[in-house]
Design a protein. Structure first.
Length: 159
């Protein structure tokens, strides 16, 4: 194959529509624009959001208010009943182990432990945040709680 053999794929190109080339061409006289009216004139037509004089949708909708805080931390919630179900006695609960059992999508996501459910086993919990009642329940069961530092995650909230 040589350079002069190259052709566009079949059906990928069309001939340019040549208007105003006589009445026999099918696009002569008014060039497919009809007789009179706004769209028949040169430079005629309406702007993109024009709705025939009705108040456009862009003006009917309220302005966006507020802002998105770039520094907000989105914690992944984990409850005590989930820890009770997935961990044995003397287990260590960290973001890495939570990710390995499927409660956390990414081990780098900050975790908050919430107090739904009960704990009967002593667990060593090492997370970024924990509710006061969840901490009491874990320590009452003979476990320990340690708070980990975390980097701000750049995830957007789930809506």
């Amino acid at each position: 194959m040589q350079l002069h053999d190259l052709r566009p794929a079949e059906g990928s190109t069309q001939k340019r529509k040549r208007v105003g080339r006589g009445t026999g061409s099918g696009k002569g006289k008014t060039s497919g624009r009809g007789q009179k009216g706004q769209n028949s004139r040169t430079g005629g037509g309406v702007r993109a959001n024009f709705e025939g004089g009705q108040l456009p949708l862009t003006k009917r909708l309220p302005k966006l208010r507020g802002f998105n805080n770039r520094f907000k931390v989105f914690y992944v919630p984990v409850n005590l009943d989930q820890l009770e179900r997935l961990y044995g006695e003397q287990s260590e609960v960290t973001p890495e182990t939570l990710a390995s059992v499927g409660l956390l999508g990414n081990a780098n996501d900050p975790v908050v432990v919430l107090a739904r459910g009960e704990v009967t086993k002593p667990l060593a919990v090492k997370v970024q945040r924990i509710s006061a009642i969840a901490k009491q329940k874990i320590e009452a069961a003979g476990g320990s709680v340690e708070l980990l530092p975390f980097a701000v995650n750049k995830r957007m909230p789930r809506s």
